[in-house]
Design a protein around this ligand. Structure first.
Ligand code: SIN
Length: 527
């Protein structure tokens, strides 16, 4: 059974560790499920590719959506989520999200998360396509950092949880459709290790780094999807990727997110002539669905390539701006921009993957003992386009469900172990991982970004095919392994984008610019 591995190994020769759960990823989905499982008495090992601060959770600004206000209801949240999902949400999954969400948020507060309060009540903001104010935030615009702080503190203090940083999960150890554990590379020791478990939970996050510009941290390279697909897991909705409309666009500055909550509080988008343009594109103007805002920005940029597009907060009360967006203010000041006086140059960037490893409502994949939650997973809750601030909630709700589903698994026998091995040839010539990665990022951005067409998608697939030989060779380094993941996941995105001959949600085809009823269905791929 050597066919789905990307590094050579024999588990007989490697250090081996055992725990009830091995959880890959330390964002909200990974750490929340780890905490629930640890507190029930299970032993948990969390492997994280870099550090516990390298996650999309930590970077999340706007907040977490949940119907917590007396003027809101799960029903309204349900309707908004379905509308944003453009006909492809799984209604059962959305019901679970909106009904169980508030309880999970309360649990997070019990763990110590402090959300902003005004007049003794939770302060709520609005973001695109929400019909009311329902987004909880913390420290103004550092919601994710507050959640990550609490989860980090709790997970590190929990005696049943071991957190191993700088451990890159290379492959799932799967035989006869049962997952027995994980093969991981310990960067600090420079060695492969085996983590055997009763259950593996994938919570590795997204894949924004397949693109040249992304809001995601460096670690978001689609590894979880790649290793699950290689091992025989089904993946779904891979063509649906969300681009965030407003990311800082200054030469030399990182693509720092300018939260949609800024538009929720009244910020306006302007073109190079300082004209407000969104009302020409959608009745919800700046709060239209993200894909609409992204396409409008790109159109304005195309009409006036040197003019740029800007987010304007200058008309808002400066006190409110500084109170609500201290983090954005600090970052922009670092680049010489005072957001109460200067417009912020912005551009779209890759942000969130709606598709991923297909699961049911309990995070179960089609591989026994393999579960997935958070951005890496896809049970259809976001459909073709995620409603803003539903992602942190998704991680909590479906991460929690996995632990409830598997409660007691630690009292069962560990599945009987037989060693795993892989002996693939190494590539004959030396491979310049970084050069290939950069070319791929550039092609993905041009042709598999917010605007796609057949010729462009075929061009990307042709490039990827040029490296198909790597699939049957072993990577000698984790960088080589990561490159194989990048190529594989880019291929899954481009292939499904080519198949879907319509436009819907996060997937827009210039050659098929309308939605088609015949495409009210999901694309599911399996190796
Ligand atoms: C933001 O703050 O704009 C990001 C919110 C999200 O992507 O859900």
């Amino acid at each position: 059974m050597a066919d789905h591995y990307i590094m050579n190994f024999n588990t007989r020769d490697l250090p081996r560790y055992e725990s009830d759960y091995v959880i890959l990823g330390s964002g909200i989905a990974g750490f929340f499920s780890a905490l629930l499982a640890g507190r029930l008495g299970a032993s948990v090992t969390v492997l994280t590719k870099q550090t516990i601060l390298d996650s999309n959770t930590d970077k999340a600004q706007g907040g977490i959506a949940a119907a917590m206000d007396t003027e809101d209801s799960p029903e309204l949240h349900y309707q908004d989520t379905l509308r944003a999902g453009a006909g492809l949400c799984d209604r059962g999954a959305v019901r679970i999200l909106v009904n169980e969400g508030p309880r999970r948020v309360l649990q997070l507060m019990d763990l110590g998360a402090r959300f902003d309060v005004e007049g003794g009540r939770l302060a709520l903001t609005r973001e695109g396509a929400h019909s009311c104010r329902r987004i909880l935030h913390a420290c103004g615009d550092a919601t994710g950092a507050e959640i990550q702080r609490v989860l980090n503190e709790q997970a590190l203090a929990e005696k049943n949880i071991e957190v191993l940083e700088r451990h890159f999960a290379v492959d799932l150890l799967v035989r006869d459709n049962v997952c027995y554990g994980v093969l991981a590379y310990d960067y600090s020791k420079g060695e492969l290790k085996v983590f055997r478990s009763r259950a593996v939970i994938l919570a590795t996050g997204g894949l924004g780094q397949l693109y040249a510009h992304s809001t995601n941290p460096e670690v978001a390279t689609g590894d979880g999807i790649a290793m699950a697909y290689r091992a025989g897991a089904e993946v779904m909705d891979m063509e649906f990727l969300q681009f965030h409309p407003t990311v800082l666009d200054l030469p030399g500055a990182p693509r720092f997110l300018i939260s949609e909550a800024a538009r929720g509080e009244g910020a306006i988008l302007r073109n190079g002539r300082e004209e407000r343009f969104m009302p020409r594109y959608h009745e919800l103007a700046e709060l239209a669905p993200r894909d609409v805002v992204v396409r409008a920005i790109l159109e304005e940029m195309q009409k006036d390539p040197r003019g740029g597009v800007y987010l304007d907060l200058r008309h808002l009360d400066p006190e409110l701006v500084l109170h609500r967006f201290p983090n954005i203010n600090r970052t922009c000041l670092g680049y010489g921009l005072d957001i109460t006086r200067d417009m912020i140059p912005v551009a779209p960037a890759a942000h969130y993957m709606m598709g991923g490893v297909k699961t049911n409502y309990f995070g179960e994949t089609n591989i026994e003992r393999l579960y997935a939650c958070g951005e890496v997973a896809c049970q259809g809750v976001h459909g073709a386009n995620r409603l803003a601030s539903n992602s942190l909630l998704d991680g909590l709700v479906f991460g929690g469900r996995i632990v409830e589903r598997t409660a007691g698994i630690w009292r069962e026998q560990m599945p009987a172990w037989t060693d795993f091995a892989s002996e693939l040839p190494e590539p004959g010539e030396s491979v310049d991982n970084l050069a290939i990665q950069e070319q791929l990022q550039s092609l993905m951005s041009i042709y598999v970004g917010p605007l796609r067409d057949r010729q462009g998608l075929e061009k990307v697939l042709e490039f990827i095919d040029g490296y198909a030989y790597l699939e049957n060779t072993a990577a000698g380094t984790p960088q080589g392994a990561e490159l194989r993941n990048r190529l594989l996941v880019s291929r899954l995105v481009a292939e499904t984008a080519l198949m879907r001959t319509e436009s819907r949600g996060g997937h827009y085809r210039k050659d098929y610019p309308r939605p088609r009823n015949s495409w009210l269905k999901h694309i599911i791929l399996r190796k």
